[in-house]
Design a protein around this ligand. Structure first.
Ligand code: NAD
Ligand code: WQD
Length: 341
């Protein structure tokens, strides 16, 4: 262990083996932090941590365990000088949350409460939480700002809003506690090395992983969910953000919390929306292959357009996304190809 890593502030990263978590580990190491991962590998594998090790020259310590396991958390806080927690651990499938709501409330809500209790007992007072643009009410004006009306329409989104509320209440009761509630828009892309990326299990629910599987021949064709929205070409518009921009946003959030207490909400998006067909064309350009698609029905619960107001994050986090759509698609494709290699 180098002297620098020894002195580096230790950040507990729950869910650090997952898609966004693993990319954030790279940004944390680059920024001089020492990440310590807690993951139960319910949607990831230890290999992701090893890949981070290859990229960073040092493999973050990784503990296999569950955020709902209080004794596991107490043990971690006792053994490691954790100064802050970045809390990614959670289940994230909207469809699954409709079928199995109790599993989502248990894992995402009860798990977060247990984590907060353990943090309080250990005197750790800094938390960055993975929330989602899905907490906004359907029909809000775009670009959507942090003070827009809230109203998630599925158990997954409800679980995110509930945890936000739990954290807000905890901050009110404990004035030294500080928390960043980061509302992600649509993360995509991969680390530019091609060594780290998203590995969805089963049939992807999200657009870009699905397109990627069409490009690699795993699936025959994309179904475009509706082409009769009031958008540029009738297909749904979203704010896609490069996962490395998102990862860097977490480092900025940690910095911002040094000079603030209480709960703070920040959108992490680019402020620009692209339609499904624009995404298909961008991916075709990156991979040099045609992406077959058919147009189907609208997906229940989808809105036509969603993109972020980025002003608050820019002024308070001193952060904004810098990677464009071409880079997102190119890095995603490099990751697909390197997995096949
Ligand atoms: P992911 O599934 O790749 O990562 C989540 C990680 O948490 C996985 O490694 C999983 O094994 C772990 N985990 C789940 N439950 C756990 C538990 N009880 N104890 C310990 N580990 C547990 O998902 P991701 O895309 O990296 O998302 C990270 C966070 O960001 C999630 O909370 C998700 O809800 C949120 N989010 C994701 C998106 C997105 O589109 N990817 C958008 C908005 C918010
Ligand atoms: C994007 C666009 C679809 C798949 C979801 C969650 C949200 C957040 C991010 C975690 C939409 C269209 C998609 C397909 C399609 N996750 N589409 N064919 O719906 O904005 O957000 O992921 O917090 O909670 O709801 O992202 O990638 O599913 O869809 O036409 O096979 O692509 O209709 O317009 P979404 P998405």
């Amino acid at each position: 262990m180098t002297e620098q890593t020894h002195q580096a502030p230790c950040v507990l990263v729950t869910g650090g083996a997952g898609y966004i978590g693993s990319h954030t580990l790279v940004s944390l190491v680059e920024a001089g932090y020492r990440p310590l991962v807690l993951d139960n590998f319910s949607n990831s594998a230890r290999q992701a941590i090893e890949r981070v090790g290859v990229l960073c020259g040092e493999t973050p310590e990784c503990i296999e365990g569950d955020i709902r396991d209080r004794s596991c958390l107490d043990d971690i806080f006792q053994r490691h000088p954790v100064t802050a927690v970045i809390h990614f651990a959670g289940l994230k499938s909207v469809g699954e949350s409709v079928r199995e709501p109790l599993r989502y409330y248990d894992n995402n809500v009860a798990g977060s409460v247990t984590l907060l209790q353990a943090m309080q007992a250990a005197g750790v007072d800094t938390l960055v939480f993975s929330s989602s643009a899905t907490v906004y009410a359907p029909g809000v004006t775009m670009p959507v700002a942090e003070d827009a009306p809230l109203g998630p329409i599925n158990p997954y989104g409800q679980s995110k809003l509930m945890v936000e509320q739990v954290i807000r209440d905890h901050c009110l009761a404990h004035p030294t506690f500080r928390a960043a509630l980061l509302r992600y828009f649509n993360p995509t892309g991969a680390h530019p090395s091609g060594k780290l990326g998203e590995s969805p299990r089963g049939t992807p629910e999200n657009l870009v992983p699905y397109i990627a599987q069409v490009a690699t021949g795993v699936r025959d064709a994309l179904t475009v969910f509706g082409n009769d929205y009031d958008t540029v070409d009738g297909t749904g518009v979203r704010d896609y953000i490069h996962v490395m921009d998102l990862a860097e946003g977490h480092v900025h959030a940690l910095d911002a919390l040094r000079e603030r207490t209480g709960a703070h909400t920040w959108n992490l998006g680019t402020g620009t929306g692209y339609s499904v067909l624009e995404m298909v064309r961008a991916y075709e350009k990156a991979c040099g292959r045609e992406i077959a698609y058919t147009v189907g029905e609208r997906r229940p619960g989808d809105v036509g357009t969603c993109y972020a107001c980025t002003r608050k994050a820019a002024s308070e986090l001193h952060w904004q996304a810098s990677r464009d759509l071409e880079e997102m698609m190119r890095d995603n494709w490099r990751w697909q190809v390197s997995q096949d290699a």
